[in-house]
Design a protein around this ligand. Structure first.
Ligand code: GRF
Length: 206
């Protein structure tokens, strides 16, 4: 039996997507090893979630580094030290630069709360409401040099309802995020994803 894929997660805050991944592993729906959780902030609840589930939790505090590049190098070194093969960005609030992207190209996923390419960047749910779209959703995509621009793996649509607030829409989108992120990681772990330019082909289950 080959060793399960070693997954590292980057999270800056609440960590509910990280927790959804952990629960999928614990429930046997996702066969990977959660090798490391890295946060850039010492007060991130994601760190507590990792400790509660006995997952290696590391804070690489961005305030302790002189530049974005040196901080990012420390994060990459921590991932390499734990032999991480796939990185899941889950509410990681720092722009990741060329060093990281080159190291993990095709091996780093991100989750975003809109149907990309609509509403990249911050406050995607607020952007959707302000634009008046009737459908929004969630996207899992490979990370590239841009902000929320990489090849798309999975998407889930969520209806925008009359009277929705940022909170109500966010919470319905979040439920879909928690469903599709573990699914995307499972597809990657099973070797079923191929990147072809902007497109991600998903091979049928054997
Ligand atoms: C999620 O909405 C995710 O799509 C976005 O940031 C939020 C993180 O939430 N990138 P959580 O920390 O996973 O609860």
């Amino acid at each position: 039996m080959p060793e399960p894929l070693r997954v590292g997660v980057l999270a800056s805050g609440r960590g509910s997507n990280f927790e959804a991944l952990v629960k999928a592993v614990e429930a046997g729906r996702l066969e990977v090893t959660m090798a490391l959780l890295v946060s850039d902030r010492p007060d991130a609840p994601a760190l507590d979630i990792a400790r509660a589930h006995r997952i290696d939790a590391l804070c690489v505090d961005y305030k302790q580094f002189p530049s974005r590049e040196t901080h990012e190098m420390a994060v990459v070194a921590a991932l390499d030290e734990r032999r991480v093969e796939l990185v899941c960005q889950a509410g990681y609030m720092r722009i990741l630069g060329a060093g990281y992207i080159e190291r993990f190209r095709g091996r780093a996923l991100n989750i975003h709360p809109s149907l990309l390419p609509a509403f990249p960047g911050l406050h995607a749910q607020r952007q959707a409401l302000e634009h008046g779209v009737k459908v929004s959703g969630a996207t899992v995509h490979f990370a590239d040099e841009g902000v929320d621009t990489g090849p798309i793996v999975l998407q889930a649509a969520v209806l925008v309802l009359p009277g929705d607030t940022e909170e109500t829409l966010s919470s319905r989108i979040l439920a879909e995020e928690h469903r599709i992120y573990p699914e995307a990681v499972r597809l990657f772990a099973e070797g079923r994803l191929t990147i072809d330019g902007r497109k991600v082909h998903i091979r049928e289950s054997p």
